[in-house]
Write a protein that binds this ligand. Structure first.
Ligand code: NAD
Length: 491
């Protein structure tokens, strides 16, 4: 096990910083967010290079999915910080009159963020924005599988942010394991369900709240769109949501397609044309396809195709280059439903299409499988849309596009069931690292005498009114201007 140098001292420093109260100050939060913005703007090139080195991401893709989105998120947090930090007045039941109450957000304290490798900056810094905005001190452990990105995160965060309040600890599972043995006020984890179980077990020991951002299979229902304009737009978005985002290594990437048998051939033929437009005749030479993260993951993707029945279902692509960790955008038609490719999260550029007699069958298909982070549906059929909304469950449901929800600040990002729990982005990130404290201020002006013993039936009637009716009826009953028995009639 690689020991973490001076972990105790680092954590003690974080605790001292938190105790000093400085991270609670709006000015501190604002200055840290501004520094993060400077980091993203000034070190853009380092980030691009790291992402290229780790996963072969094109700079444009890196800007679209990581740097650009993060700049947007920091600016949004800066704009909203004052509002997020201010308490919210809330109404109280009439028996508490006269009283004022508010919800006062307070930071949770010392938080641990463990992130994944596929969007190493986005998945580390997006939660960090929330943690800082909420006034916490933070340890971030990026994934060891994107070492160049992890190293850029460690060096840049150290020099741009208050390093007595934000620390990056690099390393793999053994480092993660040592961190999990510590007591945290919150653990925010992005990764696999397997490690999420380890995280939750460790968190249970200290009753630490957790957010688990996991994965799963995200289906895309593709209806037979009759207009060629709509079809082309849908297919571009499908290809972008599969092959154009980290070569399919994205938790919200499209995992497989459900479509009608009679439409499958048209869909595949038009996909082939557009794949060539996006990635050229020889995608291996394209600078727009990211690489598979490492040999281990490459081999597990390869093993999905090794099944002869699956291999026979390949209708496009299928070439692999182990030396360059490259897998061609690949389409499969009707691989066996029992095959691993239809039961494990694919997390790579392999796209099975499952054909159904009627598109409505897609609802039952999705319902019969574990709940994923997203369901996508490309359709204009209002009835189908309504059925998908009311009958299926997933972290999000997106019509006529894919992965776009990741860029939104106003809709929560997170899973349900096997795809995790808790949510973030925008205000939801602030809330993920905040405790809303109920602050109740009573006055000494008057009191409802029936709140106190000795008990009698009249007081019972008054309580029934007080809890069920508005303040005015209680006052009227108390003053004898309204009969309490009138209230009991409605019971
Ligand atoms: P992973 O679970 O292997 O690793 C995630 C993080 O946990 C890494 O930082 C890793 O070092 C750490 N870790 C590994 N073993 C650990 C242990 N024993 N103790 C403590 N920490 C440990 O996942 P991954 O390979 O990085 O990511 C792939 C999975 O993550 C996929 O299932 C994908 O869908 C999911 N994912 C989800 C999101 C999301 O936002 N919901 C984003 C990206 C990836």
């Amino acid at each position: 096990m690689e020991p973490i140098g001076d972990l105790e001292r680092e954590l003690e420093e974080l605790r001292e910083t938190y105790k000093s109260g400085k991270t609670k100050e709006a000015s501190w939060r604002r200055s840290q967010l501004k520094s993060l913005l400077s980091l993203l703007e000034e070190r853009e090139e380092d980030i691009f290079q790291a992402l290229h080195q780790d996963i072969g991401k094109n700079h444009v893709e890196s800007y679209r999915d990581e740097v650009g989105i993060l700049i947007k998120s920091v600016n949004y947090a800066l704009d909203c910080l004052k509002q997020w930090m201010s308490g919210k007045n809330v109404k109280l039941p009439m028996v508490t009159f006269p009283t004022r109450a508010e919800l006062v957000p307070e930071p949770l304290g010392i938080v641990l963020i463990i992130s994944s490798w596929n969007f190493p900056f986005g998945l580390s810094l997006e939660p960090l924005i929330g943690a800082i905005a909420a006034g916490n001190v933070v340890v971030l452990k990026p994934s060891e599988l994107a070492p160049a990105s992890s190293s850029v995160l460690a060096t840049t965060l150290h020099s741009y942010l208050d390093n007595k309040a934000v620390k990056v600890i690099q390393g793999g599972p053994s480092v993660g394991d040592q961190l999990l043995q510590q007591k945290w006020d919150k653990i925010f984890f992005t990764g696999s369900p397997r490690v999420a179980r380890i995280v939750m077990t460790a968190a249970a020991k200290h009753l630490t709240p957790v957010t688990l951002e996991l994965g799963g299979k995200c289906p895309a229902v593709v209806d037979a769109l009759s207009s060629s304009w709509d079809r082309e737009m849908a297919i571009k978005r499908i290809l972008g949501g599969k092959f154009g985002a980290c070569a399919g290594q994205a938790c919200i990437g499209i995992d497989y397609i459900l479509t009608e048998k009679k439409f499958a051939t048209t869909l595949i033929e038009e996909m082939k044309v557009l794949i060539k437009k996006m990635f050229g005749e020889n995608p291996r030479e394209s600078h727009s396809v990211a690489r598979i993260i490492n040999k281990h993951h490459f081999l597990s993707l390869k093993s999905l195709l090794d099944d002869p029945m699956v291999k026979a279902s390949v209708v496009y692509g299928g070439s692999l280059d182990e030396d360059h960790l490259f897998i061609e955008p690949t389409i499969l038609l009707d691989p066996p439903l029992e095959a691993a490719i239809m039961n494990e999260e694919i997390f790579g550029p392999l796209l099975p299409i499952i054909s159904l007699e009627k598109i409505e069958e897609s609802v039952e298909f999705i319902k019969s499988r574990p709940r994923g982070l997203s369901v996508y549906a490309f359709t204009k059929n209002e009835k189908l849309m309504r059925r998908l909304i009311s009958e299926t469950s997933s972290g999000s449901l997106i019509f006529n596009d894919a992965i776009i929800q990741y860029a939104a600040d106003t809709v929560p990002f997170g899973g349900v069931g096997e795809s995790g729990f808790g949510r973030y982005h925008g205000k939801f990130s602030f809330d993920a690292f905040t405790h809303e404290k109920a602050v109740v201020r009573r006055h000494f002006l008057i009191e409802f005498w029936f709140r106190f013993p000795p008990w009698n039936d009249y007081k019972m009637q008054l309580f029934k009114s007080a809890y069920r009716y508005n303040y005015l009826s209680v006052v009227l009953i108390t003053l004898g201007l309204k009969k309490s028995s009138q209230c009991s009639k409605t019971h």
